[in-house]
Design a protein around this ligand. Structure first.
Ligand SMILES: [Zn+2]
Length: 249
């Protein structure tokens, strides 16, 4: 029913605001679509990858294999996945979405995330967008992680819960920081609410964010969720930074 209404609204919207590519602004067949020649610029992530953090491997090393970082230090996040490698083209998609108010590709972005995330979405009872501090939400007007979570929810039926986890400490922008300072920056920034404590016990949840760089934000979200009794905290991002890796080292 809702999907039908959304399609009808899109059809009407296409007459008034013609569908344009979220990358180039050129006319395309449907809202959120990319031009055929731009598909090759997008690097979709797929197995083989680290079973825990989703870091892609350059060759198959067996199911359930972990990257060196996950093997050395078991992350709080049970499994993490991302749809795209964060490169020049996907950076434009993310930044136009995050700061440019380009929300017309949202359905497409959600579909890519669902396609990448069956391992983390299976059995999940709630999607939890990474919360923004209220002061940043005020200046940005919307939380991009919440919009992505809504898009994934429409496709999977898993409800979005925005009242269970809060960012009670404002953090500096993570851009340009090393892994260690990212961890220090976000460590302890998130807390579970009273409502969250009432609902999280025994649950499997998926934390949703737009970009995963070192995984520090997901880890900082996962720790208070686990302390509140959540059984598994998974993570799903639209894009992730991928550094070349050799799974045998
Ligand atoms: Zn890993």
């Amino acid at each position: 029913m809702l999907n039908g209404l959304r399609k009808a609204a899109n059809a009407v919207g296409d007459l008034v605001w013609p569908p344009v590519s979220p990358l180039t602004g050129r006319l395309v067949k449907a809202t959120g679509q990319l031009e055929a020649e731009r598909w090759s610029d997008i690097h979709f992530l797929d197995a083989p990858w680290c079973d825990t953090c989703g870091l892609p491997f350059s060759f198959w090393v067996g199911s359930g294999a972990e990257c060196g970082a996950c093997a050395a230090r078991t992350p709080a996040v049970h499994k993490a996945r991302a749809a795209l490698a964060y490169g020049d083209t996907s950076r434009r998609l993310v930044l136009d979405f995050k700061h440019g108010g380009r929300l017309d590709a949202l359905d497409q972005l959600g579909q890519w995330m669902v396609r990448a995330g069956p391992d983390v979405l299976a059995g999940a009872q709630a999607l939890i967008p990474v919360p923004l501090h209220p002061s940043r939400l005020f200046s940005r007007r919307y939380n991009q992680s919440m919009l992505l979570a809504d898009s994934v929810s429409r496709l999977t039926g898993i409800p979005v819960e925005t009242g269970w986890l809060i960012r009670h400490r404002n953090t500096q922008s993570q851009a340009g920081q090393s892994g260690r300072s990212r961890r220090r920056n976000v460590s302890g920034a998130f807390a579970v609410t009273k409502t969250g404590r009432d609902h999280l016990i025994g649950k499997t949840v998926v934390v949703i964010d737009d970009v995963m760089t070192t995984g520090a934000t997901f880890e900082a979200c996962a720790k208070p969720l686990l302390r509140a009794g959540t059984v598994f905290v998974n993570a799903l991002a639209l894009a992730r930074v991928v550094k070349p890796t050799d799974p045998t080292t």
